[in-house]
Write a protein of this length. Structure first.
Length: 648
């Protein structure tokens, strides 16, 4: 009877962890209301007051004083800022040597400062920031393009410079429109007192650069061509929605743009996996799922909550929960693909999301990362944050740290020794395919943490350059499988593309252990000569992590198993490596990685950082990335190799 009961418990766990066993609703957003119904339900622009107007001082008295004062201090320090133009040669840097950061530093600084100055003027309402704001608005309106060179089309007709006669919409062009729209909303009357040309310029530029191109031309990020969109879709849509709701006075045109945005958002939402897993990782969740939430918040503000039904949709709720389900420890997140291991948490936004979907774990998680006195900015997240601080600053703080997570559609497992605690081992592994958004060739990769600190890692991404999203993407070392916790088989690494995929990925979690298994043979080209490569990674709770590979090869050539760590590592004796880690309070903590010395020979190399791309790796992991390579001494056609990782 006990055996049967245990089996039922295991099956129950798998059932509860899986959330893709039923069909999901399609066209959640665009299928609810027609364009005519939208026009009727949307609050007219002239009547829409999502936040107090500048002269409503009683309304602004309810905003958080610390955040507003932080805006004033920043704005005061930049009163004499000389709003720079951006020369053509700075844009050309991207095609000449791959650098994108110099252009972006100037562009982003201008927009950030303008948004801060707008809120500083709203905070004190004395007029002293109006002229600098006008200079900022005019300077940005005179730019040839509001986007960044890295997002220009790669055709010869562009060659690093924008076609000013045919603007298209990228992430930062859309964000620019949002900033100018809030400038008009809060300070339009102040602008008119100086010159009616200021608002006329804002409206004209927004129509020409954003709203008209959105309605008249296709953009790849919309998913209209049948492709699966990435974070660009909801991120851009949230800014376009913000802009059109504030700026378009014609009710029919306004509703038409909103209706089109809903259809574009459904192109993002429809193919999204029911388990809510973000294949771009926690670092991109902030501008993917979180941006989708921004859209819903704006829609509800503009329609007297006509879109609150979205918060009851199970897929949408799972998409929100992903951010805490992908947490390794207090300071680290699961960073497969291009995601950062130190994903920033927009705490106020996550808290509101959790409250909207009635998820206490998500709210407590968000409150754990709250910070007082952060300067306010324009945009729905910051403006909402201004008016929720009393509740937020007094909310309970807790990290959920789920004991086991299985995302069957994304094919990601994450398990730990104890529920609600980062103490002990944490193991995560992935299947999937090698055409995911921000893809690395990493099918079968895994990571191991102990007490919330990294042991075996996914290096993640470095600084973006021209190579990052080019045909040379997989020439970059940290995007390749031989710099992940994966084998090189008969001299072959994994290849990019949808057909390179995991087979039979599964998870089984019980009281004492949890195991992820898959066959990763199809991730490799034919030249690898591999029939099957069955990998299992197992957390034996409170004890160790075991990695076991069973390989069936067509050709017994060279096989090298790679492991990546950010900890100094040495071979102390045949069959044992010692990983010299640190506890969260900086104390030494050693771990033994045991293997068969009869089957393999180990060597350790420290990765040298030498390129601009490597600077992003250095920022995430400091100066130490080590690759451990196990050379199989006499592989046969059928093989079993095992590694044990435990405290030393």
């Amino acid at each position: 009877m006990k055996t049967v009961k245990k089996a039922i418990t295991s099956v129950t766990i798998l059932f509860l962890l899986s959330c893709s066993l039923h069909a999901q609703e399609r066209n959640l957003l665009s299928g609810k209301y027609s364009a005519a119904e939208l026009q009727h339900m949307l609050i007219p622009t002239e009547d829409w007051t999502p936040f107090p107007r500048i002269d409503d001082r009683e309304g602004w008295a309810k905003a958080n004083g610390d955040m507003m004062q932080a805006c004033i201090r920043t704005a005061e320090a930049s009163m004499d800022y000389d709003w720079p133009s951006i020369p053509a040669t700075l844009s050309l840097l991207f095609v000449r040597d791959g650098n994108r950061s110099r252009y972006e530093a100037i562009s982003f600084r201008k927009r950030h400062l303008l948004a801060t100055m707008i809120m500083a003027e709203v905070a004190e309402n004395r007029g002293r920031f109006v002229d600098p704001i006008i200079n900022g608005v005019w300077s940005i309106c005179e730019e040839s393009w509001w986007g960044v060179p890295a997002h220009l089309p790669g055709e010869k007709d562009y060659a690093g410079l924008a076609d000013v006669s045919r603007p298209f919409i990228d992430l930062f062009a859309a964000e620019t429109g949002k900033v100018l729209a809030w400038a008009d909303y809060f300070l339009g009357d102040r602008f008119d007192a100086v010159s009616p040309q200021i608002r006329k310029r804002i409206r004209g530029e927004i129509a020409f650069r954003l709203l008209d191109p959105f309605m008249e031309r296709d953009h790849w990020w919309t998913g209209k061509d049948g492709s699966i969109p990435n974070n660009w879709n909801p991120w851009i849509c949230s800014n376009l929605l913000n802009t059109v709701l504030l700026m378009e006075k014609d009710g029919q045109k306004r509703a038409a743009v909103v209706n089109e945005i809903l259809h574009v958002l459904d192109n993002f939402l429809n193919p999204y996996p029911p388990d809510g897993g973000c294949d771009e990782g926690p670092g991109y969740w902030n501008v993917a799922t979180a941006s989708l939430h921004d859209n819903i918040v704006l829609l509800n503000l503009a329609s007297n909550d006509a879109f609150r039904y979205v918060y009851q949709n199970e897929k949408f709720r799972n998409m929100g929960r992903y951010i805490y389900r992908a947490q390794a420890g207090e300071n680290y997140f699961l960073n497969f693909a291009d995601a950062s291991p130190r994903a920033g948490v927009d705490a106020c936004m996550v808290y509101r999301f959790g409250k909207d979907i009635d998820d206490r774990d998500m709210m407590d998680f968000a409150a754990f990362y709250r910070k007082p006195g952060v300067a306010a900015s324009t945009g729905i997240r910051s403006l909402c944050a201004l008016f929720m601080q009393d509740e937020f600053q007094n909310a309970p703080q807790r990290l959920p740290l789920p004991r086991e997570v299985w995302l069957p559609d994304l094919q990601v497992m994450a398990v730990r020794d104890r529920q609600g605690s980062s103490d002990g081992f944490y193991l995560a592994a992935k299947g999937g395919h090698n055409s995911e958004s921000h893809n690395h060739n990493d099918i079968g990769n895994f990571v191991v943490f102990y007490d919330g600190q990294p042991l075996l890692i996914d290096v993640g991404s470095g600084t973006y350059t021209a190579r990052t999203f080019s045909a040379g993407r997989y020439d970059i070392w940290f995007n390749r499988s031989d710099y992940h916790n994966l084998p090189t088989i008969n001299g072959c690494t994994q290849q990019p593309g949808r057909r390179f995929e995991a087979v039979a990925a599964s998870c089984r979690a019980g009281k004492s252990s949890a195991t992820f298994s898959l066959d990763l043979a199809k991730a490799y080209p034919e030249e690898a000569a591999v029939n099957s490569w069955k990998r299992t990674v197992t957390l034996n709770r409170g004890k160790n992590v075991v990695i076991r590979d069973m390989a069936d090869l067509k050709k017994a050539g060279s096989v090298v198993q790679h492991l990546m760590t950010c900890c100094p590592t040495e071979v102390t004796q045949p069959g044992r490596l010692i990983i010299h880690a640190r506890t969260k309070d900086g104390q030494k903590a050693d771990f033994a990685l045991d293997y068969s010395p009869e089957q393999m020979r180990a060597e350790v190399e420290k990765i040298a950082f030498s390129s601009e791309e490597d600077e992003g790796v250095r920022n995430n992991w400091s100066d130490g990335i080590y690759r451990i390579s196990f050379h199989m001494t006499a592989p046969g056609l059928k093989n079993t190799w095992t590694f044990h990782l435990g405290k030393f």
